[in-house]
Write a protein that binds this ligand. Structure first.
Ligand code: PLP
Length: 375
């Protein structure tokens, strides 16, 4: 039986293995483990890749979001609006500042935050809007930028899943006040552990984020503010330097795979396929479809050697962590519906056309059998 893994980092990194291991040896020999030259080299390379002035490497995107919000002055008594359908770090970064997180429902088509709902949630206490480009698919930035400007809100782009995705030909992360990326291993640019980066069109803000993430200092022992420790390690930066030149190609492959899925699955009426805004170019961190009854579907695929995932099984209002907000079932109908029906299909740059065909055939077989049984 064929086996199609959900993710295959070994295949993805095999061609880079030697260069990466050589770079580790080089750093090991110099022992420049923290703030070694590779970090600045990576920050400059990423900034150039994105077409921005500068970038700050951080320990992870969660910290990057938190540091950005703190340096924007967000804290207690403030409200920050974000999508109810995201990975929990988006919300954690907000609540870690002491601010109140205000969840917003998603658009049923794109699964990203719904600008019409955002408008209704703005109050005099709202200070910022954290937009997530979920699954690597840009959110509705025209509308969201307009809402932020009209209401004097800071706009933070959570691009953890979307490095390289474009909105009207511009890189996501470069249109708000701050953009934050993750290098968690499964992300479009995956690293050798946790890692992230922050960019901003405000040079002074970015400088303060850099200081905040390095104990509030620019120079050793000259602590200009209270900060914390969230730096990108040298070895991680060295690995990312080797990986970054491949990102364009990896993202192109993801787009090709998504196109193939769309082609193979388009005639299966039981499935809701991902939909996109026009004028965007996604990077398909996740390829998520919706099916009527997820459990038997996933089990069937598993038995046929196809691994699937769920992003995410629960909208954030229904997690124990955010139960204190008292937004029970039914509060966010679209996000809750999506979470109940979504299934993520295998997606990584190493998937072949044959793999996609196999996944497509397996899914078609499932629905053929299922229909026969239920008749
Ligand atoms: C949408 C989103 N935001 C933020 C994060 C946090 O990224 P990191 O793991 O680098 O802290 C993630 C990672 O899972 C994510 O998917």
């Amino acid at each position: 039986m064929k086996s199609v893994p959900f993710l295959d980092l070994c295949t993805q990194y095999a061609p880079l293995r030697k260069a990466i291991l050589d770079s580790f040896e080089r750093i090991f020999d110099t022992t420049a483990f923290i703030n070694g030259p590779d970090v600045r080299i990576f920050e400059n390379a990423l900034a150039q890749w994105l077409g921005v002035e500068d970038a700050v490497g951080v320990s992870c995107a969660t910290d990057g979001l938190y540091a950005s919000l703190r340096m924007l002055g967000i804290g207690q008594a403030d409200e920050v609006i974000t999508t109810n359908h995201t990975a929990i770090p988006t919300a954690e970064a907000i609540t870690m500042t002491g601010a109140e997180v205000v969840f917003c429902d998603i658009r049923m088509d794109t699964c990203n935050i719904d600008p019409d709902q955002v408008k209704k949630l703005v109050t005099p206490r709202t200070k910022a809007l954290v937009v997530v480009h979920l699954y690597g698919q840009p959110a509705d930035l025209d509308a969201l930028v307009e809402i932020s400007e009209e209401n004097h809100l800071y706009l933070i782009e959570d691009c953890a899943q979307a490095l390289g995705a474009k909105y009207r030909s511009k890189n996501v992360g470069t249109m708000g006040d701050v953009g934050v990326y993750s290098f968690f291993p499964s992300k479009p640019l995956g690293g050798i552990g946790d890692g992230g980066a922050v960019v901003s069109r405000h040079a002074d803000l970015l400088k303060r984020i850099r200081m905040f993430c390095n104990h509030g200092r620019q120079n050793k022992y000259n602590h200009e503010m209270q900060g914390f420790n969230s730096r990108l390690d040298t070895m991680k930066a060295a690995m990312l330097n080797i990986a970054l030149p491949n990102l364009e190609e990896w993202n192109r492959k993801r787009r090709d795979i998504a196109d193939m899925y769309q082609h193979y699955l388009k005639n299966i009426t039981e499935i809701e396929l991902p939909q996109m805004l026009s004028s965007i170019s996604p990077v398909w961190h996740v390829y998520a479809i919706r099916v009527p009854d997820r459990k038997p579907f996933q089990n069937y695929l598993k038995n046929q050697g196809v691994e699937t995932g769920i992003h995410y099984p629960s909208s954030l209002n229904l997690t124990t962590a955010y139960a204190y907000l008292n937004k029970g079932a039914g509060s966010y109908p679209y996000a809750e519906y999506h979470c109940a029906h979504t299934v993520s299909l295998p997606m990584h740059p190493g998937i072949t056309q044959e793999d996609v065909e196999y996944v497509g055939d397996t899914i078609r077989r499932f629905f053929t059998c299922h229909q026969r049984v239920s008749k």
